[in-house]
Design a protein around this ligand. Structure first.
Ligand code: ADP
Length: 461
């Protein structure tokens, strides 16, 4: 059976982590075992040498005390097992001996290692002096050869080595189990993320993975959840927008189509009013298409600004002039408040006029008769603050977070030229200028839209 995409990789990651953990543990255990083994062997050999040396010195001293000479001392040493039995012809030569005995004249009496019988040993070679009655009668030399271990000593060393081996194997087993556990718990969130990503790839965008820790994996899970929620929301609003656009495109088309059909059939007579109605619908369609184009240009970062130094007062004056007639018709007081002495600011006048026009036309739409709309410009720090304030209906707090969204909401009470994308476009344009657009509003208290712009050339002046 074919494994789902990605599973092979995850399995491998677990194995790799387990193996890495095991390898590190094995190296550490191995090094520790070798070190303990070497130290134990060296110390144990030292102990045996010390012990044998003590015995050797004691036996030879006792012998000399009893006999007054070294003759026959080898027999006494053999009896105590401190010298190997006499070599029979044809049998294996004895092991090199760890100790040698020299007489007061430094001639070798009991040979061992590099000291053969009868040889005179130089004075520089020192050993343990054997004194009887205050007189130096001989010296015991150490040859550096390891003494043969007896059965008990061998067994002791073997049991230590065995314990070391068992400890090393036990350690390796624990390392393997721990490694497996750590690897699995590390890759578990990765597996969950992979499964969730696969679901997203199948179109189920709303996915949540549990956030199990505060480490990097936890952070990844959190970001993933955030991304998934954002994507799901964006997808939902895109769908809603498409449906609403289709709906709003159909309305004017139905009107125009209906008129044209009746005019063609002759059931309606052509009149300037009818053409005016059809033209208004065509304008509405044009406006909608233009808004969609602007938004998609802004989305793809292709909206180009034509900046030039602009006097804020003149800019606001042009916007006010464009809407003065409509305001008078609605009996709304359209006021202009421009702080004196404002410097010119570098901006795209057409685009900023489009933003202000949109804000003023919204204000006109939501402000009842005898209301007031104030268009203002003032300097704030190094920036320019433009504002459009009305005494209209205000915006409910739950609506405020959504008014700048790039979602298109069907609103059939909308007047002819509104696309419902106005604030989204306004925000894009202001942000493209490096500025910000925000709103302060409450139901019944009117709305205040604030455009904060900073002149990119300001510091150079
Ligand atoms: P449209 O006005 O065509 O719906 P906009 O993007 O311009 O689209 O505005 C979005 C929403 O913000 C409006 O539907 C309205 O609910 C709210 N809004 C905007 N300006 C005002 C205002 N001056 N007073 C009250 N509500 C407003």
């Amino acid at each position: 059976m074919l494994r789902p995409y990605g599973q092979n990789k995850i399995m491998k990651l677990t194995q790799k982590l387990t193996l890495a953990f095991l390898l590190v543990s094995l190296i550490a255990i191995g090094l520790a075992a070798v070190f303990v083994w070497a130290t134990t062997s060296i110390e144990f050999n030292k102990y045996i040498v010390d012990q044998r040396q003590g015995q050797f010195v004691a036996v030879v001293t006792e012998y000399y005390q009893a006999n007054g000479s070294w003759r026959g001392v080898d027999v006494a040493l053999r009896q105590q097992g401190l010298l190997p039995p006499v070599v029979q012809p044809g049998s294996k030569p004895p092991e090199p001996q760890p100790f040698a005995l020299i007489g007061p004249n430094r001639v070798v009496i009991i040979p061992g290692g590099q000291y053969p019988p009868g040889q005179k040993v130089p004075d520089a070679v020192t050993g343990i002096p054997i004194e009887v009655g205050g007189v130096l009668v001989g010296t015991v030399l150490t040859t550096g050869q390891a003494p043969a271990r007896n059965v008990i000593e061998d067994r002791y060393l073997a049991s230590i080595n065995q314990s070391l081996l068992v400890a090393a194997l036990g350690g390796a087993l624990i390392a393997l189990l721990l490694g497996l556990f750590v690897a699995r718990s590390l890759t578990h969130p990765v597996r969950e993320l992979t499964a969730a990503t696969r679901q997203m790839a199948r179109g189920k965008l709303e996915q949540r993975v549990p956030v199990r820790s505060t480490d990097e994996l936890g952070e990844l899970a959190q970001s993933f959840n955030q991304m998934s929620a954002d994507l799901a929301r964006a997808n939902q609003s895109r769908r809603q927008m498409t449906a609403d656009i289709a709906h709003d495109l159909r309305n004017p088309l139905t009107v125009i189509g209906g008129y044209l059909e009746s005019l063609k059939d002759g059931t309606l007579k052509a009149s300037p009013e009818r053409f005016e109605t059809m033209y208004a619908e065509v304008q509405h369609l044009e406006h909608l298409v233009e808004d969609l184009r602007t938004l998609s240009l802004a989305d793809s970062g292709e909206l180009v600004l034509h900046r030039q130094p602009v006097a804020p007062g003149e800019l606001l004056g042009r916007v006010a002039a464009a809407y003065r007639h409509q305001a008078e018709q609605q009996k709304i007081d359209l006021r202009l408040e421009v702080e004196p002495g404002l410097t010119e600011t570098s901006l795209d006048p057409e685009r900023i006029e489009q933003v202000l026009g949109n804000l003023v036309s919204n204000a006109l739409r939501y402000t009842p008769e005898a209301g007031e709309i104030r268009l203002a410009a003032r300097q704030v720090g190094e920036g320019l603050l433009l504002s459009v304030q009305d005494t209209g209906s205000g915006i409910p707090p739950e609506v405020i977070p959504h008014i700048f969204e790039r979602s298109y909401r069907g609103d059939f009470s909308r007047s002819g030229n509104e696309s419902g994308l106005g604030l989204a476009i306004a925000k894009s344009i202001v942000e493209l200028h490096g500025g910000s657009l925000r709103v302060e509003s409450a139901p019944g208290a009117g709305s205040l839209f604030l455009i904060a712009l900073t002149d990119p050339d300001y510091k150079r002046e």
